[in-house]
Design a binder for this molecule. Structure first.
Ligand SMILES: Cc1cc2nc3c(=O)[nH]c(=O)nc-3n(C[C@H](O)[C@H](O)[C@H](O)COP(=O)(O)O)c2cc1C
Length: 308
């Protein structure tokens, strides 16, 4: 029997497979579609302080090997989330429900901290905070938090002070060098990293000569981003001791194992859930199978275990 449990910076996961934010609703939408006992954690859609309407339609378009989306982080706001969605999840997913990782975002550093503090009060099953830093810093110039190491450092430090929950910082891969961003997280109290968020992308309807998405641009995900995720995880693991929750084009166990060998402690399934809702459970089974075939007693042995 392979030991599938992992520790993601203080978040105890019974399997190394989570769901990725924005692709698994608020945790209850897929009940009955897959075996939740195979999930180490459920990451919910990004939550901010106030309700947010998201972007105009259309919000997603399929491309070769993936998806470009511009949902625009639609959400009900932290009060509705903590007061209703969390309770609904606890009631419906039952006593064996996987812990919730709550993905958060905001327009300012203080807003992130406020949301993190409110979620900390919510109690179980809220078990970790994942900061999405790929959104605009509205208060300070509009660049994304995750693309300025100094601002990222301040964000991580401020959120760290606001929560006792494990703090995961979710980085984007579209930076010239991961090292200063990883350092900003590690030096300011993050417990783990999440890699990768979507990659900026655009699709144009050539007949109409118009961008397809209502927001004009969006983020690319799915199979086609997988090698980018492997490289980002590899780079981050080489310059940091923080555990990594890796996502980006995980469709089968082989993809997850690749990310583990590159340095991940756990993986998350995103876009693949849209084509096959039970993907995360199948990935978990396939990882156990791989470990058995290779005589590996604990999935933890895979982390960074590349032959040199
Ligand atoms: C429709 C959609 C919505 C997403 N919403 C969020 C979100 O709210 N917050 C976030 O940090 N990432 C969000 N993501 C990014 C995913 O969590 C994940 O990092 C990315 O899609 C790469 O994984 P994948 O290729 O397995 O989908 C979203 C992705 C998709 C496709």
């Amino acid at each position: 029997m392979v030991d599938l449990s992992v520790d993601l910076g203080g978040l105890e996961m019974r399997t190394p497979v989570a769901t990725a934010s924005g692709t698994f609703g608020y945790g209850t939408e897929y009940i009955g579609a897959l075996d939740y006992t195979k999930l180490g954690a459920v990451t919910v859609k990004g939550v901010r302080r106030d309700p947010w309407p998201g972007n105009p339609m259309p919000r997603h378009v399929e491309v070769f090997g993936g998806l470009v989306n511009a949902i625009g982080l639609q959400g009900p706001g932290v009060e509705a989330f903590a007061g209703h969605y969390v309770k609904h999840y606890a009631r419906t997913a039952g006593p064996d429900a996987p812990p919730l990782i709550v993905n958060i975002w905001g327009g300012s550093v203080d807003e992130y901290a406020e949301v993190a503090a409110r979620l900390t009060q919510a109690g179980a099953p809220v078990s970790a905070i994942e900061c999405n830093v790929s959104c605009p810093n509205v208060k300070e110039g509009g660049h994304t938090f995750g693309q300025d190491p100094a601002i990222l450092a301040r964000l991580v430090k401020t959120v760290r002070a606001a929560t006792s929950l494990p703090l995961i910082v979710k980085l984007a891969p579209n930076v010239p060098d991961m090292a200063p961003y990883v350092a900003a997280c590690e030096e300011n109290g993050a417990d783990a990293l999440a890699l990768i968020n979507t990659i900026p992308a655009m699709v144009i309807d050539v007949e109409a000569r118009r961008p397809v998405l209502g927001n004009r641009t969006g983020g690319l995900s799915g199979r086609c981003v997988h090698p980018v995720a492997v490289k980002a995880v590899y780079d981050a693991h080489r310059c940091s001791r923080l555990p990594i929750l890796a996502m980006g084009g995980v469709y089968e166990a082989k993809d997850a194992i690749e990310l583990m060998l590159a340095g991940a402690t756990a993986v998350a399934v995103g876009t693949a859930t849209f084509t096959s809702p039970a993907t995360a459970a199948a990935v978990c089974d396939g990882m156990a199978d791989y470990c058995e075939r290779h005589g590996i007693a604990s999935v933890r042995e895979l982390t960074g275990a590349l032959e040199t």
